[in-house]
Design a protein around this ligand. Sequence first.
Ligand code: ATP
Length: 365
Amino acid sequence: EQGVVVSADRPAIRLTGLTKSFGGAANAVDGIDLDIAEGEFFSMLGPSGSGKTTVLRLIAGFEQPTAGTVSLLGEDVTDRAPFDRDVNTVFQDYALFPHMSVLDNVAYGLRVRGVSRRERHAQARQALETVRLGGFGDRKPGQLSGGQRQRVALARATVVRPKVLLLDEPLGALDLKLREQMQVELKELQRELGITFIFVTHDQEEALTLSDRIAVFNEGRIEQLGTPAEIYDRPLSPFVAAFVGTSNIFPDALSRAVLGRGGMHALRPEKVTVGRADAVPSTQRTAPGTLAEVIYVGSTSRLIVDLDAGMRIIALEQNDAHRVTEDERGSRVSVGWQDSDIVALEKATADTTDPATDPATDTAT
Ligand code: ATP
C-alpha cells in the first residue's frame, strides 16, 4: 500500500496483552496484541460497547491499562502522561475553543509547545490551507458549518505533526452527503501528511472505504484483522460475516442440506441469483424456494426467498438485470450460486444468533 512503511521491529503502535477492566464482569478491553505500521490508515470497527474507544484512550494515555503495554515507535509509553506521547486525538465533538478564532484554535498546540506567535500563525495558516479553509482564520467556530468545524479540528490536530493521529468517530456528527465528502478528504489528507491514522468507527462502509487494514472488535477482543477485501470477502466468523455487510449464514445442518458440506458457511447477497423455477440454471448450484418479498432499493432490489430446505435467503440484484418482478411474490423460484462464493466460517462466535439470516432485522433493507 502507498505510504505504508512496514517495519516489523518498529511499528508506529504496538499493543501487547492490552487489558482494561472497569470493574464489571467482563473486561472492556481483553488482552489485545496488535501492531500498526507507520503511515497506515488503520480502523477499529465494531458495535457499540465493543471496546474501540477504550483502546484509543489507552493509546492516548487518558486511561491506564489494567495489564499490558502500549509502545510508540519502539518505545514503551505505558506510564507516560498524554501530553508526553507523540499522539494527538480528534474527538467526535471536535472540542474547539468557542471563544478563540479559528486561527488561534489551530495554533493552540504550537503555543503550548512554546512556538513564537509569528511562527505558529504561519504554520496554522498553512494547516488551514491544507484543509481548504484558507480564508476562515478570523472566524469563530460558531460561525462555521459542521463540516468546516470538523476540518478545523483536523488542522488543529495535524499542525503539530504528531506521529500518530487518533480519530474517534470524527465524522459521526455529519450528515450522509457531507460525511462521504469528508471521507475522501480525510483519506487525501492522510496520504499527503504520511501520518499514521487510527480511526474508530461503527460504520462498516466507512471502514471499508478508508482503511489500509481493519480490526473488527467484538466484546473487547479483535475478532478479525485484515485488509478491507479480506474482511469483506473472507470473514472468518459469523459475527464478522454479519457485522461487515450482509451475509446469508448457513448453520451446520443447513450447510449439509443446501450446500452439501458440513460446518458454518456464509454467502453474500450479491452473489445469489434468483430465477424462475423452470429456467435453465446459469450457476453451478441451485436450490428451490418461494419468493417471499421484493424490496426496491434504487439501483438494486433485495429479494427474499424461503428455501424449501427451511431457511430464508437474501439476494441483491441490479435492477437492470432483474429477472423476477414484484408481482411474482409468492411464486416458485430457483436460487443459484457458485461454489467459489461460499465462505467457510472457521472461527466460532459464542453468540450464533445471526441477524443476517432474518431479513426482518436487517437494517440495510
Ligand atoms: P461506542 O461505539 O459506543 O463508543 P466502543 O466500542 O467505543 O463503543 P467503549 O466505549 O470502549 O466501546 O466501551 C467498552 C466497554 O467499557 C463498555 O461496556 C462500556 O460500558 C465500558 N466502559 C467504557 N468506559 C467506561 C468507564 N469510564 N467506566 C466504566 N465502564 C466503562
